[in-house]
Design a protein around this ligand. Structure first.
Ligand code: PA5
Length: 443
């Protein structure tokens, strides 16, 4: 199971500081357990690993099986919480090079997460001569980026297969009753999957939002859910000293109170880059409001030790690091002996790359702690579906608790709406005339 290691925090937070937070944690915990805090209608993710829709889960597996059997490419259209989780899991469990590896599952491209015509056109050119399926994902069903991408992809699919056959290759994941996408799905007869009402975008990776693309990549979604199920059992105790997930959330809060307003999540595996992106969205949208919050950053070491590492070691002391340490690799390689030893590296011969990576991790933690940067460490036994499922739940729970400790609603994102409205107004969407006139004066 996931372990939180606080051994390098001793000089930064005392035991009595944790004790002093227990009363606040009791309240925040009750908000999560009893759905009694702000945003309590969006706590469906808390018990999802137990009470997810088993019939839909079966349909997801069947759809994934069909996609694997009839498609060489799956286009996943979505933005924010409607794509980051799926991509994070696929890159962590399979590989950041998933699309380039030899495999019997489709290449998966994520689109509709920007408004770049170059990116979209490049992805469509990669589809030439290949069989394609599409999973369009949007809870609201109205977000511009995925809606625009889907309009183009729908035309592409209908030109390629004809309208009738294209219908059998398009899968929609959206609200059960509302939104333009739902109406479109019903009108065209696309197979549809549901994002439950009580689960917001950034907490939705363990619903059909994440599960269909993840299953299409050949990842065992039963194991993923089992990991989340076990994490729910392990991390539901309100006592800080009995719940390492809550200890992590409290650590963030204590460090913020001491001026550490930036949390850098660090991983030593490039496969965890998108998982860091998912964490950034989870914390950024859940906590960054009402003038509050920790700024969530992400780095991959040792890559970033040769760029941002200088800043971490000796720059402004306003950050702390949370290291995601993956304890073992199933693809480890061993350094060979070299008769000439012209590179002087024979002292490493016989060691595995993972063992060397571990020394880089240990050496860096000590250097950064000595440089006055608190380091929290999260140990993950390995990056398989089970442990990544557990890590997802660990983070969702930590984030919900942490945001309640801050005194904000973890489950709304009013700031995201502002740019969307401005963009609609500037593009001339009907209903936004007054805002457009106001904005024009400011441009
Ligand atoms: O977490 C959230 O709610 C957001 O980041 C959404 O996931 C994102 O804005 C996409 O929204 P939708 O799924 O409605 O297209």
């Amino acid at each position: 199971m996931i372990k939180f290691n606080d051994s390098h925090l001793k000089n930064f937070i005392s035991d009595s500081e944790y004790d002093a937070m227990q009363g606040f944690v009791n309240v925040a915990h009750s908000y999560l357990a009893e759905k009694s805090g702000q945003g309590g209608d969006f706590l469906g993710w808390v018990d999802l690993p137990v009470n997810y829709d088993k019939e839909e889960f079966k349909r997801i597996k069947e759809a994934a099986e069909k996609i694997r059997s009839d498609s060489q490419v799956l286009l996943v259209i979505g933005i924010g919480g409607s794509y980051l989780g799926a991509r994070a899991v696929i890159e962590a469990v399979k590989s950041p090079l998933y699309n380039n590896l030899k495999k019997d599952t489709p290449e998966i491209y994520f689109i509709g997460n920007s408004i770049s015509s170059a990116y979209l056109s490049d992805v469509l050119s990669l589809c030439e001569g290949k069989d394609v399926s599409v999973n369009v994902i949007s809870k609201s069903g109205t977000t511009t980026e995925p809606a625009l991408a889907f309009r183009l992809v729908k035309t592409f699919m209908e030109n390629k297969y004809g309208r009738e056959a294209a219908r059998g290759r398009i899968y929609v994941t959206t609200d059960k009753a509302r939104g333009t996408l739902k109406e479109l799905a019903d009108g065209e007869g696309y197979e549809a999957f549901v994002i439950p009402d009580d689960i917001g975008g950034r907490y939705s990776v363990l619903t059909a939002v994440g599960l269909l693309p993840i299953a299409a990549a050949g990842i065992d979604i039963d194991s993923l859910m089992r990991g989340a199920f076990d994490a729910r059992g392990t991390f539901s105790d309100p006592r800080i000293d009995a719940n390492e997930c809550y200890k992590y959330a409290v650590t963030r809060n204590c460090l913020l109170r001491k001026g550490r307003s930036i949390e850098v999540t660090v991983a030593y595996e490039p496969g965890m880059w998108c998982f860091e992106e998912w964490i950034k969205q989870l914390f950024g949208e859940s906590e960054g409001k009402d003038g509050k919050g920790l700024f969530p950053a992400g780095m991959i070491f040792s890559t970033d030790l040769h760029s941002l590492g200088q800043f971490v070691q000796q720059g402004a002391r306003n950050m702390f690091e949370t290291v995601l340490w993956i304890e073992s690799s199933d693809k480890d390689v061993t350094v060979p002996e070299d008769a000439q030893n012209s590179d002087g590296l024979n002292f490493l011969a016989g060691k595995t790359m993972h063992q060397i990576n571990e020394k880089a991790f240990q050496g860096t933690v000590l250097a950064h702690v000595n440089g006055d940067v608190p380091n929290a460490i999260i140990h993950i036994p390995c990056a398989d579906a089970y442990n990544i499922g557990a890590l997802i739940y660990f983070y969702e729970r930590a984030c919900g608790l942490s945001a309640y400790l801050l005194g904000v609603n973890p489950f709304d994102q009013p700031g995201v709406q502002m740019y969307k409205s401005n963009m609609f107004a500037l593009l001339g969407k009907p209903g936004y005339e007054q805002l457009r006139d106001e904005l024009k004066k400011q441009l």
